[in-house]
Write a protein that binds this ligand. Structure first.
Ligand SMILES: Nc1ncnc2c1ncn2[C@@H]1O[C@H](COP(=O)(O)OP(=O)(O)OP(=O)(O)O)[C@@H](O)[C@H]1O
Length: 387
């Protein structure tokens, strides 16, 4: 697998767009326009060409276009034509058939498929202003960020995470019911759920560990660039076992044992206190020998951007995954001139498709002639002619 560029993108009643169409020819795109023009909405639409809730994490009922006074969003659709090497482009489509629906339909080449199948074709990685708070937020935000990087390389990771979450919810329902009623939970059912959790959790921990090792090697090998070097570590108990080389059977066994032992404590606490949903991602700014949380906002942004670019670079060489599509919302504005130029060079060199946003066209001067400029305003999208 290799190229996975969006050739055309069509939005219908999506957020602020009644209807819009963008033809990229497979090039990277920079979108510029005033605040509120619809730049992030377009990136969000692209992010929904992958399983999950997209880069805003919104309910799918929220993304349908809603005029002032309308209580419910309309039926919406996002469609794209994706480059597929020497084969015919693949047609992806997603949306809801009636306003307010929260489950979306996904079609690949006209055939209705589960959303997970989108990952066969497109795996976006994004960086948004919400991630500016990544180091101030709870560990769950860092896990989510890291899991998206893992997913870009290993699509099964999202499936394992879903199985894990579902089994965890069921297990917690049994345990909290038992704690409240005083009637012991069905141990056969609990043991079956914990076996499922241990298997999915072990696979998740291993995928995270694999990604961390590969990503760190990529970052270390990238060396002389104007982006700060990061030292990554996963602090979760289960990821540490995976990093230490324990095999899946061993991690599964230990996790199942820990879960069985934690039943009374988890039931009383009302939440599961052990498992791969608890770990954290630590990032150290190597040059400053400081944790990322103690770095400036611009340094943090550059650190995370370097992670995203390193993963994109790694995957652009991989045969096992489609090239990631990189969505950078308001990133350029945070970078000084040197870094902005370096970002433009990097995106060009990686031959990846990136979609970048900013309020000013001048933020993308380094991309002129190398990417498609698109003006975003209330009237819609206007591609610049000189590219
Ligand atoms: N469901 C919806 N229906 C109609 N309009 C919506 C909907 N959701 C959001 N909007 C509108 O979309 C606009 C925001 O668009 P978006 O976030 O893409 O702007 P932006 O160009 O990225 O702006 P900024 O530069 O400020 O980040 C707002 O005017 C908002 O009211």
């Amino acid at each position: 697998m290799a190229s996975a560029a969006i050739l055309t993108l069509t939005l219908t009643d999506f957020r602020s767009y009644a209807s819009a169409r963008l033809e990229t020819g497979g090039a990277s795109v920079y979108l510029f326009g005033a605040n509120g023009a619809g730049k992030t909405n377009l990136l969000e639409a692209i992010s929904l060409l992958s399983p999950g809730k997209g880069l805003r994490g919104s309910s799918l009922a929220e993304v349908g276009r809603r005029l002032p006074g309308e209580a419910t969003g309309r039926a919406w659709a996002v469609a794209a034509q994706i480059e597929a090497g020497e084969d015919e482009p693949v047609q992806l489509g997603t949306g809801v058939e009636a306003g307010g629906q929260t489950r979306r339909l996904v079609r690949v080449d006209g055939e209705t498929v589960p959303p997970g199948r989108l990952a066969d074709h497109v795996r976006p990685i994004w960086l948004t202003p919400a991630q500016d708070r990544l180091f101030l937020e709870a560990a769950s935000e860092r896990r989510r960020f890291f899991d998206r990087l893992v997913f870009a390389g290993e699509a099964d990771h999202a499936r394992h995470a879903n199985v894990y979450d579902k089994a965890q919810r069921e297990r917690m329902r049994l345990l909290t019911d038992a704690a409240e009623s005083g009637v012991p939970a069905d141990t056969v059912w609990l043991t079956a759920l914990e076996a499922r959790l241990a298997q999915a959790g072990g696979l998740m921990a291993q995928a995270r560990a694999r990604t961390l090792i590969a990503l760190q090697a990529e970052i270390d090998g990238r060396g002389d660039r104007p982006f700060p070097q990061a030292r990554l570590s996963l602090t979760g108990e289960w990821e540490r076992l995976a990093l230490a080389g324990h095999d899946l059977a061993e991690i599964e066994l230990r996790l199942a044992t820990a879960l069985a032992a934690a039943r009374p404590r988890d039931g009383a606490a009302g939440r599961a206190l052990t498992g791969p949903h608890r770990g954290d991602l630590d990032i150290l700014h190597v040059g400053k020998d400081r944790p990322a949380a103690e770095c400036s906002t611009g340094e943090q942004k550059a650190l995370i951007l370097n992670l995203v670019l390193a993963q994109a670079a790694r995957l652009s060489r991989a045969d096992s995954a489609p090239n990631p599509i990189v969505l950078l919302d308001e990133v350029a504005a945070h970078l000084d001139l040197t870094r902005r130029a370096a970002l433009a060079d990097e995106i060009t060199a990686l031959k990846l498709q990136a979609f970048m946003t900013g309020t000013d066209e001048s933020l993308f001067d380094h991309l002129k002639g190398r990417a498609l400029g698109v003006r975003v305003c209330e009237a819609g999208l206007t591609a610049l002619e000189d590219v």
